[in-house]
Design a protein around this ligand. Structure first.
Ligand code: SF4
Ligand code: SF4
Ligand code: SF4
Length: 735
């Protein structure tokens, strides 16, 4: 038998590699696969090969790699010679390992140059994994009064519980730390290949403490963990850092989490970039990494991830696969979610676009068409699609600009956030400029939302005459000017001129700029935000109450009928207030579970009724971890533990209160000016009504929003309740 591989159809999800290892070993062990798959995320180069350890899936009822390649890149052809398997011993290894947990947390103290491990089971039993473990460690260990730049602050990487298994879309890793904006809980969630590689190396979480005296990077290859000098790496952009590490380590399969010039320069809105192409953007986690003098983590794992009950788990996988195959959104998403926006009448245009830094929430149709038309717009620059590890949706665009002033620009990434942020917010409909600015933002290692919201704000300050050309180094900040945006991104990343002021935080910059600039800055609890509040109310409530401040993935209900779960919890009426708290409460809990398992919520509950559900999660967790959980326990206990840990961290480390859970003042004062939603506003009284209901659903005090002893003790978080009580920030009983 010969496997025929079509590189043009391959999304580089590596599912074929993993299922082959399962065939050979009964566990998930890429190193023991007959298949090797590799993609260079920067230039699109793809390599796929099968060696002579392939036995044609002897003993199986189907050819597994072909069956599980949902993109149709593998077919069966005539027999041909295959390369040697380099001495692999496949059939002798059948120990499943007993659990999907790697079992260890890697601890690294950069000040003391110390490395050690501890068991992860205790934390997994309490929180499942991923962000849950990060949050619990932060609440338990970070001393009161610690600020983001103190050595006692922790930078925590949490691979999801199901990372490394065959669970669809189980690739996400959580990066948590003290937020550089709010001083409370910070977290950013990202896909790619890094999280599963952590698991194959043997670690569920990596916790970094202290500060290195000079720039370093962390090298991990299974049990070998070394803090290495980053000379030669420091100062490089994201793309060249990624290439440097692969080349220096002599391993194209190494997975990386690193910062660009922006993080090195402690620009507050810096991201940690995964595999050189995907950003963990929120909360300034890249700034914290730079402040710790940690340029990168390079990880390579050659071990396996096991299962508690392989047969039951694979049955659950078959069910998940069948559901995803029935999902009508799958096919369009594989051609990019953003393609929906090629239709200028797509309802998303009327729901989530904030224009000219919040002056309006309606973008004219001719601009939508100029940006997104298939012939000359953004879609014409899309040269291929990519998937994160094991993802059946493959929503990521690989872009190249062939001509014009940005010729030669290439890389992965164009999302709905790009349209919301780098386009509508700047009134910028020039497709090349938007794509170039977005990829430049990634290359600098900046958080895209920080750039979109922060720089759009400085454009409006310029429009109002609060700053002039003298302040911007001669750059005219006019709406729709892509070159001005590009110039400002570089200034920000390298702290040049006014970029130095903006790098220390937009809220701080507003204090220097004065006038009513602070009012014009859209931020939640200090973090600049690109989100809408006046039109989609469930979306707005989730953003306003997000524990990580001003981001939509912590409970936003979809603004479109096409997406989201079916039946939809609460009442669907994207622009109404009624019924939204219930929907946000449901979506926030499923997101909590997804982040703890490491499953992308585009494959989970956010994208369509036939994607994965909490019922699927219960079956996957029970069979993979070996701890029996029901859907109800997941939703009413585990999801609530995670959210309450973050809420408690915010209460312990900040003075945030109910008023901080309201949309930014501008959105409560200025109605939408034009379009079908003209006159819409974030009505303060109605937002208060939603807040009260929302707090009660979580068992928090209806008035203050503080947590209650009853609620926390029901979740087994008595120690957290005691900490809050010691600060006088706990309500005894459910209000
Ligand atoms: S699309 Fe995924 S499963 Fe198919 S050949 Fe490529 S890497 Fe393998
Ligand atoms: S046919 Fe079976 S053994 Fe051969 S590469 Fe595919 S999954 Fe592996
Ligand atoms: S849906 Fe998109 S972002 Fe999510 S895992 Fe798949 S490719 Fe990555």
């Amino acid at each position: 038998m010969h496997l025929h591989f079509d590189p043009n159809r391959c999304y580089s999800c590596k599912t074929c590699q993993l299922i082959c290892s399962y065939h050979h070993t009964g566990s998930f062990w890429p190193e023991k696969s007959s298949i090797e798959a590799y993609r260079n995320q920067q230039n699109g180069y793809v390599k796929w090969s099968v060696d002579n350890t392939c036995d044609g899936c002897s003993g199986e009822s189907e050819v597994l790699c072909v069956k599980h390649c949902v993109y149709g890149a593998l077919t069966i052809g005539a027999k041909q010679p295959q390369p040697e398997g380099h001495g692999k011993k496949l059939t002798a290894e059948t120990d499943t390992g007993g659990s999907c947990l790697a079992g260890k947390i890697l601890r690294v103290d950069l000040t003391e140059n110390k490395i050690w491990t501890e068991d992860s089971l205790f934390y997994a039993q309490k929180t499942l994994g991923g962000r849950g473990i990060n949050s619990m460690i932060m609440v338990n260990e970070i001393p009161a009064g610690t600020r983001w730049s103190d050595p006692q602050n922790l930078l925590c990487f949490g691979a999801g519980l199901l990372n490394g298994t065959m669970a669809p879309g189980a690739c996400r890793v959580d990066i948590s730390s003290i937020s550089v904006f709010s001083g409370g809980k910070g977290s950013a969630n990202v896909g790619g290949f890094f999280g599963p590689e952590m698991k194959y190396a043997g670690y569920d979480n990596i916790i970094i403490s202290g500060k290195a005296p000079k720039p370093v990077y962390l090298y991990i290859r299974d049990d070998v963990v070394e803090i290495r000098d980053a000379e030669g790496l420091w100062g490089q952009t994201v793309f060249s850092s990624e290439a440097w590490l692969r080349e220096t380590l002599g391993d194209p399969q190494v997975k990386t989490a690193l910062i660009g010039p922006s993080g090195e320069n402690r620009v507050r809105g810096s991201a940690v970039m995964i595999d050189g192409s995907r950003a963990a953007g929120g909360s300034g986690v890249g700034c914290v990494m730079g402040d710790k003098n940690l340029k990168a983590i390079a990880v390579r794992g050659t071990g396996k991830v096991g299962l508690a009950d392989p047969a039951r788990f694979m049955k659950a996988i078959d069910k998940c696969s069948a559901q995803c195959a029935r999902e009508p959104n799958v096919v369009p998403m594989r051609k990019s979610l953003t393609n929906f926006y090629s239709d200028p009448d797509f309802e998303g245009w009327e729901r989530i676009m904030v224009v000219r830094n919040g002056q309006d929430e309606y973008w004219e149709k001719e601009k939508r068409i100029e940006l997104m038309n298939q012939q000359t717009g953004v879609p014409s620059m899309r040269k291929g699609m990519r998937a994160c590890y094991l993802c059946p949706t493959g929503c990521s665009s690989y872009m190249e600009i062939d001509d014009g002033r940005f010729q030669g620009t290439r890389g992965e990434g164009f999302w709905v956030n790009t349209i919301m942020g780098h386009a509508a917010r700047f009134d910028l409909s020039d497709p090349e400029a938007v794509v170039h600015a977005w990829l430049l933002t990634n290359e600098m290692g900046l958080d895209t939302d920080y750039v979109s919201s922060g720089l759009a704000w400085i454009f409006e300050c310029y429009e109002n005459g609060y700053i002039t050309k003298d302040d911007t180094g001669g750059v005219e900040l006019n709406w729709g000017d892509g070159d001005a945006l590009v110039a400002m991104i570089k200034k920000l990343a390298y702290r040049q001129g006014i970029g130095d002021l903006l790098a220390d935080g937009m809220l701080e910059a507003a204090k220097t700029i004065g006038h009513n600039s602070e009012y014009l800055l859209a931020h939640m609890k200090g973090q600049p935000s690109i989100e809408p509040f006046r039109v989609p109310k469930g979306w707005g409530l989730a953003v306003a109450t997000s524990p990580i401040c001003g981001r939509h993935l912590r409970g936003s209900t979809q603004g479109s009928h096409r997406f989201g779960p079916r039946p939809r919890p609460g009442k669907f009426g994207a622009t109404e207030y009624e019924g939204q708290p219930e929907g946000v409460y449901w979506q926030a809990r499923t997101k909590e579970l997804e982040d703890n398992m490491g499953i992308c919520n585009y494959v989970g509950t956010w994208s369509g009724g036939n994607y994965l559900t909490p019922g699927n999660f219960a079956e996957l967790i029970s069979s993979a971890l070996g701890i029996e959980v029901t859907e109800k326990e997941l939703m009413d206990h585990y999801a609530c533990v995670g959210r309450n840990l973050e809420k408690a961290f915010n209460t312990l480390f900040t003075d945030l209160e109910r008023k901080d859970d309201l949309p930014p003042e501008r959105f409560r004062k200025e109605p939408v000016k034009s379009g079908p939603n003209k006159g819409f506003i974030a009505d303060e009284e109605k937002y208060h009504t939603m807040l009260t209901e929302f707090y009660q659903l979580w068992e928090w005090d209806a008035e203050s929003g503080l947590q209650t002893r009853d609620g926390l003790e029901r979740l087994g978080l008595k120690n957290v309740a005691d900490k809050l009580a010691a600060q006088g920030k706990l309500v005894q009983k459910k209000a």
